[in-house]
Design a protein around this ligand. Structure first.
Ligand SMILES: CSCCC(=O)C(=O)COP(=O)(O)O
Ligand SMILES: [Mg+2]
Length: 240
C-alpha cells in the first residue's frame, strides 16, 4: 500500500514505528532494570532522580516509600510496559549514559533512516514524540548503527513536555510549539489510540503496522496504514 501526504512536518513515534519493540523490551528495559538499585541508592540527591522518585511516590500514594519499594514499583511498571513519566525519566538517565559509554546502539528498521534522510533533504521537518524521555530520544538518535542522526530532527517531545500520547491536547501543544497548522502535521505511530488522538486534534495520521509488532493485529479503524516508511510519499511545501 502507498499513501501520499502534503505536509510541512512529520512527527515520529519510536517504539513499534521507527524501531522494534523487541529491542526496547529485550535490550533497553533489562539495561535499566539492572541499574535502578544503584541509581536510587547512590544518586537519589540528583535533582532529576529526586523529582522522578517523588513522582513515583505520589503515583502510588506512598509518600514514605523507600528506595527498595520504589525499585520494586519500577520493576512492576516495566513488566507491564507502563509508560509512566517517572519510569521513563529514570530509564532515560541510565540509557543516555549507556549510549554515551558505548554499551548501547539504537535500533531502526532498515526502511527508516534512508526515508528520514530523503524527507529531511526535501525540506520536511522531522520531530519525535515518544513515551521515552527527551533525554532517551536524544541518545537514541545520536547513537544509531549509522551514526548520529540528530541533525535530521528539529525537536523532541515526550509525556513531560507535551503530555500523554492518547490525549488530543498533547498534539495541540506540539503543533503550537512547532508553529505549523494542525492539518500540515503528520503523525506516524503503531498505536491506534495515539493515531485517534492526533486526528482528533486535526493532524494527519498514518498507522505503521509492522509484522511482529505488538499492535500489528490491532483494529486501526479508517486510519491509512503503511508497513514501512517507504510506502509513505510526502509532497512538501516549499519554504520560500
Ligand atoms: C528511546 S525511547 C525508548 C523507548 C521507550 O521507552 C518507549 O516507551 C517508547 O514508546 P513509544 O511512545 O515510542 O512507542
Ligand atoms: Mg509506539
Amino acid at each position: 500500500m502507498s499513501v501520499r501526504f502534503d505536509v510541512d512536518a512529520v512527527v515520529l513515534d519510536i517504539e513499534g514505528t521507527t524501531s522494534a519493540t523487541g529491542f526496547v523490551v529485550d535490550v533497553l528495559y533489562p539495561y535499566a532494570r539492572e541499574r535502578f538499585g544503584a541509581l536510587l541508592a547512590s544518586r537519589g540527591g540528583e535533582p532529576e532522580v529526586a523529582r522522578a522518585v517523588a513522582q513515583v511516590r505520589a503515583e502510588i500514594g506512598e509518600p514514605g516509600a523507600d528506595a527498595a519499594r520504589v525499585e520494586k514499583v519500577l520493576g512492576e511498571w516495566i513488566d507491564e510496559d507502563r509508560k509512566a513519566t517517572p519510569l521513563k525519566t529514570l530509564q532515560g538517565i541510565l540509557w543516555a549514559e549507556g549510549f554515551a559509554r558505548g554499551d548501547l546502539v539504537s535500533h531502526f528498521y532498515p526502511d527508516v533512516i534512508p526515508v528520514l534522510r530523503r524527507w529531511h533533504g526535501d525540506g520536511v521537518r522531522l520531530y519525535v514524540y515518544s513515551s521515552g524521555s527527551v533525554a532517551a530520544q536524544r541518545a537514541w538518535f545520536a547513537h544509531s548503527a549509522e551514526g548520529d542522526l540528530l541533525g535530521l530532527v528539529s525537536g523532541l517531545y515526550d509525556t513531560e513536555n507535551a503530555g500523554p500520547k492518547q490525549e488530543p491536547d498533547s498534539y495541540r501543544a506540539i503543533a503550537a510549539s512547532i508553529g505549523t497548522g494542525l492539518g500540515r502535521l503528520l503523525f506516524l505511530s503503531d498505536r491506534p489510540g495515539e493515531l485517534d488522538a492526533a486526528r482528533a486534534a486535526g493532524w494527519r495520521a498514518v498507522g505503521v503496522r509492522r509484522a511482529g509488532e505488538p499492535y500489528a493485529d490491532a483494529e486501526f479503524g479508517d486510519h491509512p496504514l503503511a508497513s514501512a516508511f517507504s510506502e509513505i510519499t510526502l509532497a512538501a511545501r516549499s519554504s520560500s
